[in-house]
Design a protein around this ligand. Structure first.
Ligand SMILES: Cc1cc2nc3c(=O)[nH]c(=O)nc-3n(C[C@H](O)[C@H](O)[C@H](O)COP(=O)(O)OP(=O)(O)OC[C@H]3O[C@@H](n4cnc5c(N)ncnc54)[C@H](O)[C@@H]3O)c2cc1C
Length: 385
């Protein structure tokens, strides 16, 4: 007899979603996090409407702004603004957003234990035993490791190896009132980092979240590039509340994310896209898929390893399409920045397609399928499986 049907490690969007769905279906669930909630997470906090729509409760109480304007530039040049007419994303601070998701999991019946970092995993005949740094132990038949991009628990289970990755850096700038008012309702994206990457400014109620994402080898340059971006925005010298980096990982197919007792969800499984590097949508979706896989395993209907097939069927086509778009978009931008940005400005349907994906009215996979030659060109260069 185990203490729980499932233990979920990590109360971010993936883990809290998995725990909520498991508890709502009647499973005995323990949700563990190393941090006390609310806790800061380096993240732009851009929640596309398609992500909000996956959640069966309103997030309005933690939304700090909604954006319908996208302000694009290339190192401050070739600047233009696209108006999506309706909001395409909500802006949140992750401490409050994640605390809401964990609270919903607890309300559904999950036992929430915070300030409790998992230190080791042991297998037993009936399942898996978890020990935490504060001396707590618990056992369960199955474990969902949703412990983020570094995924120490995934490593303990021997999963999540071989994922691609990139690096990101974020500063929370306590900008003067007039600057915050100027950016209200607008997401800024500054392109022009080689071979790919972008800087962003996302508006929040009392700060501006400003950051950059770059290939992993360029991590040492991130801080300097954010400083240059702050200069361009006229915000150098504004007080910075928090400055922090974090990696983001990408599943391209084939990397191990499930065993007979453990599955990885969210960033732990590399479920972020390579065009925008956003991951909250995939974290929530994989949390739901993980919950269904655990419920089927508990019922003896399918082995837990069937999770990999479900992830690859439901999420991999979208992640691959995002990678194809990334290849085309950043590739063209690297070669012909001015003409390419001018072309995208003059072809509003490109940005309309982006807004439709963000709102959940389309998908990257559907948009890529409209141009059948695209995946073929990209597949040759990217060696997509
Ligand atoms: C700078 C930056 C900006 C980003 N901006 C965006 C954005 O605007 N929009 C978007 O969609 N995505 C964005 N992302 C990606 C997004 O942050 C992640 O995809 C998302 O947080 C993944 O959620 P998760 O639940 O898988 O993991 P996380 O949110 O990382 O949660 C993991 C949890 O596991 C806990 N944990 C870790 N180790 C242990 C342990 N040993 N024991 C117990 N608990 C543990 C952590 O405390 C944490 O609470 C950004 C990423 C970065 C780095």
């Amino acid at each position: 007899m185990t203490d729980f049907d499932a233990i979920v490690v990590g109360a971010g969007p993936a883990g809290s979603t998995a725990a909520r769905e498991l508890a709502a279906a009647g499973a005995r669930v323990l949700l563990l996090d190393r941090a006390s909630l609310p806790r800061y997470k380096a993240c732009g906090g851009g929640i596309p409407l398609r992500t909000a729509r996956l959640l069966p409760f309103p997030i309005d109480g933690v939304v700090e702004d909604t954006v319908s304007l996208l302000d694009i530039s290339w190192r401050g040049r070739y600047r233009f603004v696209r108006d999506s007419a309706e909001p395409f994303a909500a802006m949140v601070m992750r401490d409050r957003f994640d605390a809401l998701l964990a609270e919903q999991a607890a309300r559904a019946g999950a036992e929430l234990r915070t300030g409790s970092p998992v230190r080791s995993l042991d297998r037993s005949d009936s399942g898996i035993r978890v020990s935490t740094e504060d001396g707590f132990t618990a056992s369960a038949r199955y474990l969902v490791a949703a412990d983020g991009a570094h995924s120490p628990v995934g490593r303990m289970a021997g999963l999540g190896t071989g994922l691609a990755e990139c690096a990101a850096w974020e500063v929370e700038v306590r900008a003067p009132e007039h600057a915050r008012r100027a950016y209200h309702g607008t997401a800024l994206i500054d392109l022009g980092y080689r071979p790919w990457g972008y800087a962003w400014l996302f508006p929040k109620a009392s700060v501006l979240s400003i950051g950059i994402v770059l290939p992993p080898g360029q991590a040492p340059a991130m801080k300097g590039r954010v400083d240059t971006y702050l200069d361009r925005l006229g915000l150098r010298g504004a007080p910075v509340d928090i400055a922090r980096g974090h990696k983001i990982r990408f599943r391209r197919g084939g990397e191990p994310i499930a065993s007979d007792r453990v599955v990885l969800a969210g960033d732990a499984a590399g479920l972020a896209d390579e065009f925008t590097q956003e991951g909250i949508f995939y974290a929530v979706e994989s949390g739901r898929i993980a919950a269904r896989a655990v419920l089927r395993a508990l019922a003896g209907a399918a082995p837990l390893t069937a999770y990999t097939r479900e992830i690859d069927r439901n999420l991999l086509p979208e992640l691959r399409a995002a990678r194809v778009i990334a290849y085309m978009f950043y590739g063209m931008l690297g070669r012909f920045p001015g003409p390419w940005l001018t072309a995208t400005r003059l072809l509003p349907f490109l940005w309309d397609a982006f807004f439709a994906v963000q709102r959940g009215e389309s998908t990257y996979a559907r948009e890529v399928a409209r141009v059948p030659i695209l995946p073929a060109i990209a597949a040759r260069r990217l060696a997509l499986a």
